[in-house]
Design a protein around this ligand. Structure first.
Ligand SMILES: [Zn+2]
Length: 271
């Protein structure tokens, strides 16, 4: 059983998205029913505020009656009752991760989870707070909505942030390039805009710019599913631009601190 598969139910499967178990994916659910005692996975702990290993937790009674635990799970499946899986943070036992499954023949549905996907995601964007300024609220709102499977709603926020970042980049380019043609830029689709800004954007974004052509479409032209599928890629693109901004900011700080040091040292040596 691979580590990735243990990961799937707690961290990949969305709420109320029925998973149909077939021959190919049966190993996703099997260990949870047959041998949950061995299950562990790495995940961000919202209490420790860092990555940790969560291990399956059983209360004292179960520890002495291991087989009974498995029987209990199977009995619950037969009776179509929900099954709770509780995991504990290995740094502090009071930090828990849990989720509830409803298993009905070949359908597995996750009907509850703590912490929510949004809580697990949001800590990752905290470092962008200062570079995003006013857009930070919209960025966290987008992630919250997306974790609730709200496609178009979440996508609107994300697209606006992406467009704001492209606009900021356009301003820099138009200041720095003597023969910048704004008409050409404004009349272009998103993929071409990215190409025109290629010297100011991360390479990976420029290489994959065709992906963002779809951002020029009206939101009514996109299906709910298209919005959900696009979301992670646009989120990544935004984060790449922000990472670059943070990097540039730190670099500038270091440069000015070196300059400062050199000039004050020269002054000192002169006197
Ligand atoms: Zn913890």
């Amino acid at each position: 059983m691979s580590y990735e598969l243990q990961h799937y139910l707690p961290l990949e499967l969305g709420l109320y998205q029925p998973l149909t178990v077939n021959e190919e994916n049966t190993s996703i659910i099997k260990p949870y029913i047959k041998n949950p005692l061995k299950i562990q996975f790495d995940c961000y702990c919202i209490e420790c505020k860092k990555e940790t290993t969560f291990k399956f937790y059983q209360d004292k009674f179960d520890q002495y009656y291991t087989n009974q635990y498995q029987m209990d799970i199977e009995r619950r499946i037969d009776s179509k009752l929900p099954i709770d899986f509780i995991f504990k943070c290995q740094r502090d036992e009071s930090h828990v991760f849990y989720f509830t499954l409803l298993i009905n023949e070949d359908k597995v549905i996750k009907i509850g989870q703590y912490p929510s996907f949004a809580d697990l995601q949001l800590h990752k964007i905290n470092k962008y707070r200062t570079v995003l300024k006013n857009d930070y609220r919209d960025f966290s709102k987008a992630i919250r909505l997306n974790s609730q499977e709200i496609g178009a709603g979440s996508f609107v926020y994300l697209r606006r942030i992406f467009e704001n970042l492209i606009e900021e980049t356009r301003q820099i380019a138009s200041e720095q390039e003597a023969n910048w043609e704004n008409n050409v830029f404004e009349g272009s689709r998103m993929d071409n805009k990215i190409k025109l800004l290629k010297d100011y954007l991360p390479d990976i974004l420029v290489e994959n710019r065709s992906l963002y052509a779809i951002l020029s479409k009206g939101i009514h032209e996109l299906t709910e599913q298209e919005c959900l599928d696009l979301f992670p890629n646009v989120q990544l693109a935004i984060e790449l631009i922000l990472d670059e901004k943070i990097h540039q900011k730190e670099k500038q700080l270091k440069i000015s601190s070196v300059r400062n040091f050199v000039s004050t040292t020269i002054e000192k040596l002169k006197s």
